[in-house]
Write a protein that binds this ligand. Structure first.
Ligand SMILES: *[C@@H]1O[C@H](CO)[C@@H](O)[C@H](O)[C@H]1NC(C)=O
Ligand SMILES: *[C@@H]1O[C@H](CO)[C@@H](O)[C@H](O)[C@H]1NC(C)=O
Ligand SMILES: *[C@@H]1O[C@H](CO)[C@@H](O)[C@H](O)[C@H]1NC(C)=O
Ligand SMILES: *[C@@H]1O[C@H](CO)[C@@H](O)[C@H](O)[C@H]1NC(C)=O
Length: 353
């Protein structure tokens, strides 16, 4: 009886182990994610799968992960621990409200994150410390401010989408962003917007500030619009101010940049100088290398030519000397011996023996 019970438990154990094994062999299937190659990167598409947490069993080399349109509510410090190679992370259209501190802290290769369409009130502060993060999409959440982030921002931000939130101004905590080219802050209750709030973004190229409270404050609206379009030559999408702007009076100080603009420009200049210095040095390096190669090549050619000339001379000399040599060999039996004493002949002589 005892034996029978132990046999049963043993077989159950085996079945279990087999199940676990099957699970481990094709782990992504277990949650329905599709493995895809995106530009030679390993990627998973896990959209519309009713997931309520980040799947655990995907390849650890995953670089692209799309978990949009699911039911995820919370993210934890351990959520992305298995996927430290992540470069593109799509989490839009979930129900994320709480993100534990440091959830994204170890994703040092992350280049883009989409957290649009969630219920976020606080930005996970560590995302702005990631060294490669360029594009951040935070549209359609409930941000009021960025009070909890650490300035200055380390991430080299290029695109920032803050549209459809609750911001009344551009968060000054963003500080100087010398790489920012695109800012979408449309559909926010922007009230307190001044040209000077754009000073820290000296490379800005496209802005969407439509659908704000500013529209009916006609002179403020006009001031920002003139500043962006005329002074900065920024493309601003469909931003029309109400009323007749002829009544608005602006003096030159209305459009003066703050010190942040100069700081931003000098960071850009440094970066550009650094880049051009690198290019110059590599051009110099390659030129020296090319010169050396050509120089050595020439030396070799000259050497070959000299050798050939020497050979020709020797052949000519030989031709003129030969009769004498034969004469000499006739006279000298020792040299004759040395000519016939070639190894082959020696061999023949030996085998003859
Ligand atoms: C980010 O998510 C929003 C909301 O679904 C979507 O409209 C947008 O196209 C996404 N952007 C990128 C770059 O993934
Ligand atoms: C900016 O955000 C709005 C609202 O989320 C969106 O419709 C628009 O496509 C975004 N992009 C640009 C370029 O304005
Ligand atoms: C700018 O934002 C508004 C409101 O969010 C949106 O309707 C519009 O399509 C955006 N403009 C562009 C060019 O994307
Ligand atoms: C504003 O600047 C322009 C030239 O940049 C100058 O001619 C003009 O007098 C200035 N106006 C005021 C009020 O400082």
């Amino acid at each position: 009886m005892n034996r029978f019970i132990s046999w049963i438990t043993f077989s159950l154990l085996i079945i279990n182990i087999n199940n676990i094994d099957a699970f481990a062999r094709d782990p992504s299937k277990s949650v329905g994610c599709e493995l895809e190659r995106v530009n030679r990167m390993v990627g998973y598409v896990c959209t519309n799968l009713n997931l309520d947490k980040i799947p655990k069993n995907l390849k650890s080399s995953t670089e692209v992960l799309d978990i949009s349109h699911n039911h995820i509510k919370n993210l934890y410090r351990t959520s992305f621990e298995p996927y430290l190679d992540l470069r593109f992370l799509y989490l839009q259209e979930n129900r994320i409200r709480d993100i534990e501190d440091e959830t994204f802290a170890k994703l040092e290769d992350l280049e883009a994150i989409n957290l649009s369409g969630n219920g976020l009130i606080h930005i996970p502060p560590e995302i702005f410390t990631l060294p490669r993060l360029r594009n951040v999409y935070l549209a359609d959440n409930s941000f009021r401010s960025f009070e909890n982030i650490q300035s200055p921002i380390i991430a080299p931000l290029q695109k920032l989408d803050l549209s459809r939130n609750n911001m009344d101004k551009i968060p000054k905590e963003l500080g100087i962003l010398p790489n920012l080219v695109f800012l979408n802050i449309s559909s926010n209750p922007l009230r307190d917007l001044t040209p000077q709030q754009f000073s820290p973004f000296c490379h800005l190229n496209e802005v969407n500030i439509t659908d704000s409270r500013l529209k009916n404050m006609k002179c403020d609206c006009e001031k920002v619009t003139r500043f962006l379009v005329r002074k900065r030559d920024i493309e601003i999408f469909s931003f029309y101010c109400d009323g007749n702007s002829a009544e608005c009076r602006f003096d030159n100080s209305s459009f003066i940049e703050t010190d942040d603009y100069e700081k931003c420009m000098s960071i850009r200049r440094e970066v550009i100088e650094h880049e051009t210095a690198k290019v110059t040095w590599s051009i110099i390096g390659f030129s020296v290398l090319g010169f050396l190669i050509i120089f050595i090549g020439c030396l070799y050619c000259i050497h070959r030519r000299n050798v050939n000339q020497m050979r020709k001379k020797i052949m000519i000399n030989n031709a003129s000397v030969k009769p004498k040599m034969t004469e000499a060999s006739n006279r000298d039996p020792v040299s004759d011996e040395s000519i016939t004493g070639s190894p082959e002949k020696l061999l023949i002589k030996r085998s003859d023996v």
